[in-house]
Design a protein around this ligand. Sequence first.
Ligand code: DX5
Ligand code: ZN
Length: 227
Amino acid sequence: MNWLPRPAEGQAWVAPSLLSADFTALKSDVDDMVAAGADLLHLDVMDGHFVPNISFGPFICKAVRQISDLPLDAHLMISHADQYLEAFAKAGVDGLTIHIEAEAEIAPTLARIVELGMKPGLSLNPDTPLESILPWLDQVELVLVMSVQPGFGGQKFNPVALDKISELQRLREAEGHNYLINVDGGINDVTGPQCRQAGADILVSGSWLFGATDRRERISLLRGPNP
Ligand code: DX5
Ligand code: ZN
């Protein structure tokens, strides 16, 4: 198990989303992101049912595990996450995030993720109110706030995420929770710092990071100033 603590005040961890990687050269693209300073890797798993797109599953996660020691955070955009938990554990994933809108029962699925030795996460779509995940905040180590409708990279950031991030930070202090606040979709040099200032601990970025000529510069811009 390879995981991250809370980032320093005013900073965020940076998680490249491999959905935007060049899969004909996955190893060199991952190596390049690691060398550029990525803190963890975000793996977007899509089933063509929960979202209208199909990406990859545990097999590719296992391959990524073999080429990097960074924490691997799998974002499951699949209807029945509960049927695949063992497969992701065996693939060597560290964090496993399920969606509140999907069909798996939330509490037993989160409990099983912990039993399998992974960090449990819960995600919500831009249209889903924060209230819907409140009952599980004490059972998760990650909350993934979607700032785009899941399914595709390269979409525009929806600012509805900013209020959710601030409220999650307030609730964590007020109620003594332990989760990291993760935000995903449309993160760039404008929206990334906005999310960090709102209280995000992890910024996921796909097209903007992979499309950069200088990835190191973009990662450090997202991470924020040294304290
Ligand atoms: C969308 C995925 C995101 C996506 C982010 O369904 O969950 O992780 O790859 O890509 P960008 O940064 O291009 O919005
Ligand atoms: Zn994602």
